[in-house]
Unconditional design. Structure first.
Length: 245
């Protein structure tokens, strides 16, 4: 019988499915083997695909029904190449990524880091719009705890929690996301302090910190490796368009 570690490794291969069939199920919908976040929360979806990227016609039809005709969805999975889309679907952008494992990252609190709440969301939206750390939508901030750094009262950097995978404690992992810094404040170590602070909260729950980044974002990968994260697996974040009918 697989142990806790083996089960967690399995769900880390398919983080969107694990999240929406688990602890954050209220933030999306499922149909058959397909899952989809609420489009105000995240553009991510998933469906069962084999190692070559092929899925059944029924699973693709279920994902299409969750999204709606002509809508876009980012299909997330552990793989080296994009999915093999059926007739009518369009692969708009093939996005290779990596998943990084923070099992060895203890995290650390920082005096200048503050917890962000509903009143901060306009500033959070403005910062992410200017820095583009990844998808940030009207309800993304509801997924977890977000921390920030302010300078002269203005939000200049932030990071937080997005997907939650597996069970509680050692059986689970939480993804660190939305790591961004105002261009005027880069080079001051703010991103590192924020990632450490978010990781500390995850570790305090007994969970494993993980994060994702683009495969060609070598600067971010070097930073995370210096913090103790290790490359765990190749990931895909492929932007698809659902058939119009």
């Amino acid at each position: 019988m697989p142990d806790v570690s083996d089960r967690l490794e399995s769900v880390l291969n398919d983080p969107v499915t694990a999240t929406l069939r688990g602890r954050l199920g209220a933030f999306g919908a499922t149909r058959g083997g397909a899952v989809r976040f609420d489009p105000e929360v995240s553009p991510f979806g998933a469906l069962p695909l084999d190692r070559d990227g092929h899925g059944s016609a029924g699973d693709w039809a279920d994902l299409a029904a969750l999204c709606g005709p002509g809508e876009e969805v980012v299909v997330v999975r552990s793989a080296d190449g994009p999915p093999r889309v059926p007739a009518g679907w369009e692969l708009l952008r093939a996005i290779p990524g990596v998943q990084m494992d923070g099992s060895a990252v203890p995290g650390a609190a920082a005096d200048d880091v503050v917890e962000l709440g509903p009143a901060d969301r306009p500033e959070m939206a403005d910062l992410t719009a200017r820095t583009r750390p990844g998808p940030w939508l009207a309800r993304t901030a509801e997924l977890g705890r977000y921390l920030g750094v302010r300078h002269d009262g203005r939000l200049v950097a932030m990071a937080g929690e997005r997907m939650r995978l597996g069970g509680e404690g050692a059986a689970g992992a939480t993804e660190i996301s939305a790591v961004c810094t105002d261009p005027q404040y880069r080079g001051r170590g703010l991103a590192r302090r924020l990632v450490d602070a978010v990781a500390a909260g995850i570790v305090a729950r007994g969970e494993r910190p993980v994060l994702h980044t683009a495969a060609d974002n070598h600067g971010a990968i070097r930073l995370y490796e210096a913090m103790g994260f290790t490359l765990a697996r190749a990931m895909r974040f492929d932007l698809l368009r659902v058939p119009h009918r």
